[in-house]
Design a binder for this molecule. Structure first.
Ligand code: LLP
Length: 383
């Protein structure tokens, strides 16, 4: 994947940087679109990657946007997405954000509490508009993923409890909102599809309960969360959209005017991005062999924040000898560690190191901690 020609090109670029392979992204999007039906709509979860070039490609495959702040909405409008293709989620939307989103006629809000529903109704009234809303329900489904990225268990802050769907019909009577959808998102980086199967069952039960109680649901938004292979990315560049999309299409009982909406982030962009660094120093200390990279947790916070594992390779060493290294960054925090006791070819100062699967939640979660500079992004079709 990282041929010597490509590494030669990297030699002219200041490290560290994000490298995006646009073919990987396009192939993945093509595959996603292959499995969609006419009553499916995918909103790209832009929190996973806000890079303009990436958004341009995502847009060209006709995806909409799942935004979680007005700034994300504005950013996507500026990139040419249409407001009718943007949905607005988030557990803490401010009045100002709600007001601007209504002004922009976005597709609908994913609402996370009844108080928020009242606020949207009032702000919508001020603009004499009828605002489409979906209510996010916390289905209390456990998903086998990192505890820190689970969102659908009963103690999580997201959505309203399942028992409260009995209140929807009263709220639907508010004059300036129309409850036309339900929304779920049970967590992220989920590889075992059985929690999604449970979600389908709860979805069917919820829709029929609401129908009986006079609330007509048109949009069934099942969120995102499909995981990617962080251990063997090169052999799994395309996500398992086939099984994921098929599961919902086969298990959710739809009526003619109903559609299923997905909000995918990681599974779309995760494998197309890489963090490219150079080794600044190598050193031995007590029992450890350290590699100090010129990129740190400010460029990829996932290992520090969630103890996430990413594949890492030295792409310029010619050695065959394998050593165990702690691969760390330059930030003044011990948690600025990408991997511990990681087996890699013998490495030296100046070698290029690539961290795989950095297309999602790397650049978008980056910071200037330690007052480090923002780093650049380069693309396979333009370097
Ligand atoms: N919809 C909602 C309501 C969400 O909260 C999220 C992600 C998504 C969709 C997209 O999920 P995805 O398809 O990307 O799994 N920073 C963490 C992940 C946090 C996910 C936040 N919500 C990480 O690096 O693993």
């Amino acid at each position: 994947m990282f041929s010597s020609d490509l590494v030669k090109k990297f030699n002219n670029l200041p490290t560290p940087f994000y490298y995006y392979d646009t073919d990987i992204l396009k192939n993945n999007l093509k595959s996603l679109n292959n499995y969609l039906r006419s009553n499916n709509k995918v909103h790209f979860s832009v929190k996973s990657n806000t890079n303009k070039r990436i958004l341009e490609i995502v847009k060209s495959y006709n995806l909409g946007i799942d935004a979680v702040s007005y700034n994300e909405i504005k950013h996507c409008l500026d990139q040419g997405f249409e407001s009718k293709d943007i949905v607005f989620a988030g557990v803490g939307k401010t009045d100002e954000e709600i007001k601007k989103a209504i002004e922009n006629d976005i597709a609908y809000f994913n609402v996370e509490s009844f108080q928020e529903l009242d606020v949207i109704n009032q702000l919508s009234k001020k603009q004499s508009k009828l605002t489409e809303v979906s209510i996010r329900i916390n289905p209390n489904i456990f998903s086998e993923t990192n505890k820190k990225i689970q969102t659908g268990s009963k103690d999580d802050k997201f959505g309203v409890q399942l028992e409260d769907i009995s209140k929807f019909s009263d709220y639907d009577k508010l004059s300036n909102i129309n409850i036309s959808g339900i929304h779920f998102h049970i967590g992220s980086q989920i590889l075992n599809l059985s929690p999604f199967e449970k979600l389908c069952k709860i979805t069917n039960e919820t829709i029929s309960y609401l129908e009986k109680n006079g609330v007509t649901i048109k949009k069934i938004n099942v969120g995102g969360g499909l995981g990617i292979d962080y251990m063997d990315p090169e052999n799994n560049l395309e996500s398992n959209f086939k099984d994921f999309i098929h599961l919902f299409n086969s298990k959710i009982k739809l009526k003619n005017n109903q559609s299923i909406h997905f909000e995918l982030g990681r599974s779309i962009v995760g494998q197309c991005g890489f963090l490219i660094s150079k080794i600044l120093y190598t050193k031995k200390s007590y029992n450890k062999n350290f590699i100090v990279l010129d990129s740190g947790m400010n460029n990829l916070i996932r290992p520090a924040l969630y103890n996430s594992k990413h594949k890492i390779s030295n792409i310029s060493s010619s050695s065959n000898k394998i050593e165990a290294y702690d691969i760390v960054g330059p930030i003044c925090e011990s948690t600025d560690t990408f991997a511990k006791d990681y087996e890699m070819v013998e490495s030296k100062r100046g070698d290029f190191v690539v961290i795989y699967s950095c297309g999602a939640y790397a650049e978008s979660m980056s910071s200037n901690y330690n007052l480090r500079d923002n780093i650049k992004s380069y693309y396979s079709d333009t370097i």
